[in-house]
Design a binder for this molecule. Structure first.
Ligand SMILES: NC(=O)C1=CN([C@@H]2O[C@H](COP(=O)(O)OP(=O)(O)OC[C@H]3O[C@@H](n4cnc5c(N)ncnc54)[C@H](OP(=O)(O)O)[C@@H]3O)[C@@H](O)[C@H]2O)C=CC1
Ligand SMILES: O=C(O)CCC(=O)C(=O)O
Length: 462
């Protein structure tokens, strides 16, 4: 029996071989043939960690790679609810508990008509690496439903959230799994789910993050993903002595992440000129200022209207059915959804002189487009690093809930800032190439992977 440099007594399990990312991905494709987003995410990570993984033969002997790629558990259930007309509706509900080697499962819930297992498996896989990068003790998970709150009344959203929780509550807990928001799930939905959990269990526990400020929510959690995205962007720019102030920025999305990305960009003197929803984008050459942002927040969070109305109010360009990547600017930050920058858009961004791309969304850039950015030596960072501020402050919310106290806005913001700095430093450590170019994709993947891998090895074959 040998004592491996990382991990425990696993000598007899397997003859040492090298891991070949392409083989692992091919095998997963055969086993999960209808899950393109999941395969895309796995294949991007494996291709960048292959060398590091193979420096540790004990990993392959323990078949660590398959155990890391395949989720621990999939929970799938029917959600039945009644709409305002009295019709009985059904949707699917899911929770993908991917990996809890370094802490309780943690990750958002997405309510959108496109939700399926492939999308949730990709998000839960990415979340595992992201949460590891935050330096906080959180495993990775994701969940949600093919229910879309868009066009539903408040009462319908409440009934759906309550019905969803009547099943989900069995699978979550402060030390087991702590969901939060994502697309289509914000403070309103978290509140309704929290209320139902309390009703079902008679317990007031920190089982969700992103809660209202009055019942255990952390200060800065709503802002955290967007603010963190901009803090990370600043760090990237500093590596080339570039100042964010005065730069024009293309932003996609008009939801939580986009709004607070825009807020922080304005505060730091940059000029966001676009934002979008799933119908189209607006281009405001004068820049979205604080007053216009307040209008967007009211429009999207209260009236639940369409971004086209911004163009009508301020007399600016609105482009139906398109994304903002063909406009001219210095920086781009996709904050809407996965695969929203394709190769053609990436080429346009490079041709237009964009210097940095920081992802607020999860996996918004397709692999061919990432290659375009990296070949052009752009400052390009994957979401698992640049948008980790949201889950990081969720981790801080969990800590505050356990201690039954609340930190000030300044305290939480300072901790968020430190965490984003740490993530950036780790990307530089593991991603700097011999020519000095920082491959943030590799840096984030290797740093996130190593911590989870070491924890899994130490915990034996389970
Ligand atoms: N909230 C958080 O803390 C975190 C979120 N993220 C990621 O950030 C991204 C945005 O999330 P968030 O802001 O919370 O979600 P929201 O629901 O608040 O906003 C999503 C925005 O993206 C648009 N959008 C959604 N789907 C599509 C689509 N298929 N095509 C075009 N536009 C679309 C929405 O438009 P419409 O209203 O028309 O649907 C909306 O403007 C997601 O990738 C999410 O996973 C990452 C880390 C943390
Ligand atoms: O705050 C959380 O737990 C999850 C945030 C999230 O969904 C994400 O990081 O993609």
């Amino acid at each position: 029996m040998c004592d491996n440099s990382i991990g425990g007594p696993i000598e007899d399990y397997k003859i040492i071989e090298f891991m070949r990312a392409v083989d692992v991905v091919e095998n997963l494709k055969q086993r999960f043939p209808n899950e393109p987003e999941y395969i895309q995410a796995v294949s991007q990570v494996l291709s960048t960690i292959e060398d590091e993984y193979n420096k540790h033969p004990e990993f392959e002997k323990a078949n660590l790679i398959e155990r890391l790629c395949i989720p621990d558990r999939l929970v799938e259930f029917r959600v039945t609810w009644v709409d305002d007309k009295g019709n009985v509706q059904t949707n699917m509900g899911y929770r993908v508990q991917h990996n809890n080697a370094i802490g309780p499962y943690k990750g958002g819930l997405r309510y959108h008509q496109s939700v399926n297992l492939s999308i949730l498996k990709f998000l839960a896989f990415e979340q595992t690496f992201k949460n590891s990068l935050t330096t906080l003790p959180m495993g990775g998970a994701k969940g949600g439903s093919d229910f879309s709150p868009r066009g539903k009344s408040n009462a319908e959203v409440m009934r759906f959230c309550q019905a969803f929780m009547t099943e989900l509550y069995r699978h979550i807990g402060p030390d087991e799994d702590v969901p939060a928001g994502d697309i289509g799930v914000g403070g309103r939905e978290v509140g309704f789910m929290f209320g139902m959990y309390k009703k079902l269990t008679h317990q007031f526990q920190g089982i969700l993050t992103g809660k209202g400020q009055e019942f255990g929510g952390s200060r800065i959690r709503p802002e955290a993903t967007g603010y963190g995205n901009v803090y990370f962007l600043q760090n990237m720019l500093r590596t080339r002595n570039i100042d964010l102030a005065g730069k024009t920025v293309l932003v996609s999305g008009a939801g939580n992440v986009a709004q607070y990305t825009i807020e922080k960009l304005i505060e730091l003197g940059a000029k966001p000129v676009t934002c979008s929803d799933s119908d189209g984008y607006i281009y405001d050459p004068d820049g979205i200022d604080s007053e216009k942002l307040a209008y967007i927040m009211e429009l999207k969070n209260i009236e639940r209207g369409r971004i086209k109305e911004y163009a009508e109010k301020y007399g600016v360009k609105y482009v139906e059915g398109a994304k903002p990547w063909f406009e001219k600017a210095d920086i781009a930050t996709p904050c809407a959804t996965q695969n929203e920058i394709n190769e053609e858009a990436a080429r346009a961004l490079v041709a237009n002189g964009v210097i940095a791309v920081s992802e607020g969304a999860n996996m918004p850039t397709v692999p061919e487009a990432i290659k375009v950015f990296q070949d052009a030596k752009l400052l390009y960072c994957p979401g698992k690093a640049s948008n980790a501020g949201g889950v990081a402050v969720s981790g801080l919310e969990m800590t505050q809930n356990s201690e039954r106290l609340r930190w000030s806005r300044e305290e939480v913001d300072a901790k968020l800032h430190d965490i984003m700095d740490d993530i950036h430093a780790n990307c530089v450590k593991y991603g700097t190439q011999p020519d000095g170019y920082i491959n943030y994709v590799k840096g984030a993947n290797v740093a996130g992977f190593l911590k989870v891998a070491k924890a899994m090895m130490a915990q034996g074959i389970v």
